[in-house]
Structure formats: C-alpha cells, structure tokens
Design a protein around this ligand. Structure first.
Ligand SMILES: [Zn+2]
Length: 70
C-alpha cells in the first residue's frame, strides 16, 4: 500500500455536514462511550470509533470494506 492511512498531504480537513449528535454523551467513561463503534458493512467487523475520523472514512481492518456508524 503506497498511500498512508489518510494522513497524507491531501488530508481531508474540511468537514462536510455538521453531524453533531447529542453533544454530551451519557456519563461514565472518559472517552470511550456508547456509540463509539464502527461496523463493517461487508463482514460486520466492529472496531472502536476514533474521534475525529468518521466511520465511513475508516476501512475495515479485516476485509478493507467500508464501515459505518453502528
Ligand atoms: Zn470487513
């Protein structure tokens, strides 16, 4: 894979859409909260969502498929 993981020069620093879902999560953990999962559309693999990186920009570590917010 020649290209990096999206941290290249042509980074995507423009946010399309203001997808702010319920600002404050439910109390509890510090950082990892409910809804912090991305699920693969192909194989169903679930990974923890990384803040700042939309799920649909994340590739499944298993099959490389597109992921979506669970
Ligand atoms: Zn997958």
């Amino acid at each position: 894979m020649p290209s990096g993981d999206g941290t290249g020069p042509g980074g995507s620093s423009r946010g399309t859409g203001t997808g702010r879902r319920s600002g404050k999560g439910r109390g509890g953990g510090s950082g990892l909260g409910p809804g912090g999962l991305c699920v693969c559309l192909k194989c169903g693999e679930k990974i923890s969502h990384q803040s700042g990186i939309p799920c649909f920009e994340t590739r499944c570590p298993k099959c490389g498929g597109t992921m979506t917010r669970e």
